[in-house]
Design a protein around this ligand. Structure first.
Ligand code: NDP
Length: 284
């Protein structure tokens, strides 16, 4: 039976560390880290995420600034707001909650955020820096996955790692972080011809797809570490990941649950990135 990697507990530990570091930073510099979160439209899931981010900011001692804009907000208005926040010294991190309404060009919005305040690490400058292994911020979800892997004492070097999913926000950077730690990495996607085989080869399997129970126990190598990034609803409306958890846990050596695995880590890493941004800005 697999050992459960408890993301809730590990994320609390990270948040506790950020809180302590924030207190010390405030004492030393007089600066309170500030995170601005922009939400366009009223997607209920996004509203919950934004609320959780505000709560986390309060908990670790950051200022948080919320901008809730209507669904009909024009691209130009959003860019003007971002430019204002780029120039505001009390704002160290800027996050624009995705997805954005269809009439807004997501790439342009991400590119408008100052790379120094891009605590999601989605700006092309930060993506390039991650590629060459010389970065200030890592994207929150893949960074959270690495934290879970480290906390469980799993070594990546020399291991076969399979990442299922190749999105810019999860799959691709996830693969890059595993590569930086000397894993031998395979990236799978919807056109992969034999997904089951690629998964079965993996010592470390990361599922980031968004399809409930796509990864079944027969696709998992005996003793593999299985990290489930997916967030889906099952047939009963219950939150679940991409992995068929109840069967997979009988085969894996380590596994993350959904909920309580990767999810809580994402916000914890956002707090860490915001503190990093504040520290960088204090150095000028
Ligand atoms: P995207 O929809 O952007 O990407 C999904 C990826 O899965 C694509 O690369 C797609 O391939 C691939 N895929 C789709 N179907 C299959 C299939 N049958 N076999 C193999 N690959 C497939 O999703 P995201 O990366 O944004 O998110 C992935 C999941 O992670 C979602 O459930 C999301 O909710 C969750 N998530 C969780 C977070 C957390 O904090 N826990 C944070 C962010 C996301 P192709 O490129 O070929 O289309």
């Amino acid at each position: 039976m697999a050992t459960l990697i408890n993301g809730k507990e590990i994320s609390q530990k990270v948040r506790g560390e950020v809180k302590l570091e924030t207190e010390a930073f405030k004492k030393e510099t007089g600066i309170t880290p500030g995170l601005a979160v922009i939400l366009v439209g009223d997607d209920p899931a996004s509203k919950i995420y934004v609320g959780n981010k505000k709560k986390a900011c309060d908990e670790v001692g950051f200022n948080s600034f919320e901008y809730i804009l209507s669904e009909s907000t024009e691209q130009g208005e959003l860019i003007s707001l971002i430019e204002k926040l780029n120039a505001d010294p009390s704002v160290h991190g800027i996050l624009c909650q995705l997805p954005l309404p269809k009439h807004i060009d997501e790439r342009e919005i991400i590119a408008a955020i100052s790379p120094k305040k891009d605590v999601d690490a989605f700006h092309p400058v930060n993506v390039g820096k991650i590629m060459i292994g010389d970065y200030d911020f890592l994207p929150c979800t893949p960074a959270g996955v690495m934290e879970l892997i480290h906390s469980a004492g799993i070594s990546v070097a020399g291991k076969k790692c399979t990442v299922v999913g190749r999105s810019n926000i999860v799959g691709k950077p996830m693969a890059m972080l595993l590569l930086h730690e000397n894993g031998t990495v395979t990236i799978c996607h919807s056109k992969t011809t034999d997904l089951a085989k690629e998964c079965r080869d993996a010592d470390i399997l990361v599922a980031a797809v968004g399809r409930a129970k796509l990864i079944t126990a027969d696709m998992i190598k005996e003793g593999a570490a299985v990290i489930d990034v997916g967030m889906n609803r099952d047939e009963n409306g219950k939150l679940c990941g991409d992995v068929d958890f109840s069967e997979a846990e009988k085969k894996a050596s380590y596994i993350t649950p959904v909920p309580g695995g990767v999810g809580p880590m994402t916000i914890a890493m956002l707090m860490r990135n915001t503190l990093t941004a504040a520290k960088l800005s204090s150095k000028g």
